[in-house]
Design a protein around this ligand. Structure first.
Ligand code: PMP
Length: 399
């Protein structure tokens, strides 16, 4: 051997994947996994939506040829995604001044966004919230951006540190790409109010920033339209910005990699040019997107009856999450926990920042078999009516 690979050091283990391994190895029957990043139903299983399963079966039955999709993706899927993001009647949709390119999940959309901003638009600086989803920084760095963090979480008051956020975003250089979580912030669960979004939008405009709104959980907080409110507010301004869409959670299609990047420009002509540049980036990355997931999503969204059924199933996921947030707070109140956990109901989406220290998280694991990320993030979907009282007792015990 020429020993080229002899000195390769193994990458640091993924903090979240390690959680599940520890959970699986724990023999205690009362153990709880609050570390996962996907929707689990009341029985602790990943959810297969009925309307998605039927569409999947119909597609297999139809036996379409597995030829390449266009690099920009399935046309119907791209159109429907744009309407999902901005609303059917949106000026952005009608004018054609936004382009939507199918991507490999939300991750793939962020990757295309970072590559495009760095290589085509010359953005050398990206920014992410502190804390943020683990992949934002890695993707921006790999694209060649220098990454800055902006304050987001106020640990002392269990809320967003909005003035800190504004201060830090204002320090970014013109042309930088800050990533904002458009709803269901991962990992904290705290979102901005519309008022705060308005201020942030003004700041982006006055400082020449080009934000990427990461929309991984549309429909998981308050509803499909309500959760897109920030994006629609931005769309009403004259700001150039980008949106990363993921259907992984809302359709329960995690492995099919269904996402999209939308770039909002000033005109159809600009949008057409941008599309060709992003296509070139996709071509050099992976060439063509996969068709199965995007056909499922397009099939459901384009049929009024199927779409209505999907919305009902999505609402059921959303309602269960909300119910579990309330149940956790009620249970901690019932046993007189030293901390007021009502902040959990002010958060939204799958995740909650509990405020526990890494040491408290370790105690939850060793003493109670409750596993989650050491930064204090729990996935609310790991809770159900059978384990929520046990988890509340454990939370109270480690305070
Ligand atoms: N952004 C955020 C904030 C996320 O939480 C996730 C998924 N965990 C993604 C993007 C990526 O989504 P996908 O799985 O579709 O790549």
């Amino acid at each position: 051997m020429t020993e080229v690979f002899a000195n390769v050091q193994a990458a640091a283990p993924d903090a979240i994947l390690g959680v599940t391994a520890k959970y699986l190895a724990d023999p205690r029957p009362e153990k709880v996994n609050l570390g996962v990043g996907l929707y689990l139903d009341e029985t602790g299983k990943p959810k297969v939506l009925d309307v998605v399963r039927e569409e999947q079966e119909a597609l297999i039955e139809a036996g379409l040829p597995n030829t390449y999709l266009p690099i920009r993706g399935l046309p119907a899927y791209r159109d429907l995604t744009q309407k999902m993001v901005f609303g059917e009647q949106s000026e952005v949709v009608q004018s054609g001044r936004a382009c939507t390119i199918q991507a490999l999940g939300g991750t793939g959309a962020i990757k295309l966004a970072a590559d495009f901003m760095r290589n085509v638009c010359g953005a050398t600086v990206g920014a992410s919230s502190d804390p943020t989803w683990g992949n934002h920084d890695g993707i921006m760095r790999l694209a060649g951006m220098q990454v800055q963090r902006y304050r987001y979480y106020d640990a002392a008051h269990f809320c967003v540190d909005f003035s800190g956020m504004l201060e830090d975003v204002a320090k970014l250089p013109a042309g930088a790409m800050p990533i904002f979580h458009s709803c269901c912030h991962n990992p904290t669960g705290y979102d901005l109010t519309l008022e705060q979004w308005t201020q942030l939008l003004e700041l982006c405009r006055s400082h020449g920033l080009v934000p990427l709104l990461d929309m991984a959980y549309q429909g998981f907080r308050d509803g499909l339209d309500a959760d897109a409110a920030a994006i629609r507010l931005f769309a009403e301004s004259d700001l150039d910005f980008l949106v990363a869409t993921s259907y992984s959670k809302s359709f329960g299609l995690y492995s099919e990699r269904v996402g999209a990047l939308t770039v909002v420009t000033g005109s159809k002509k600009q949008a057409d040019a941008v599309t060709t540049r992003i296509e070139a980036l996709a071509r050099a990355n992976y060439s063509n997107p996969p068709s199965f997931g995007s056909r499922i999503v397009a099939g459901v969204l384009s049929d009024a009856a199927k779409r209505a059924r999907w919305e009902v199933e999505l609402a059921a996921m959303r309602d269960r999450i909300r119910a579990m947030r309330h149940a956790l707070v009620q249970e901690t109140e019932k046993i007189g926990a030293k901390r007021d956990f009502s902040f959990v109901t002010r958060q939204g989406g799958m995740f909650s920042f509990t405020g526990f220290t890494p040491e408290q998280m370790d105690r939850l694991a060793t003493e109670f078999g409750i596993y989650a990320v050491r930064n204090g993030r729990i996935c609310i979907c790991g809770l159900n009516t059978s384990n929520v009282a046990y988890v509340a007792r454990a939370f109270a015990a480690v305070l």
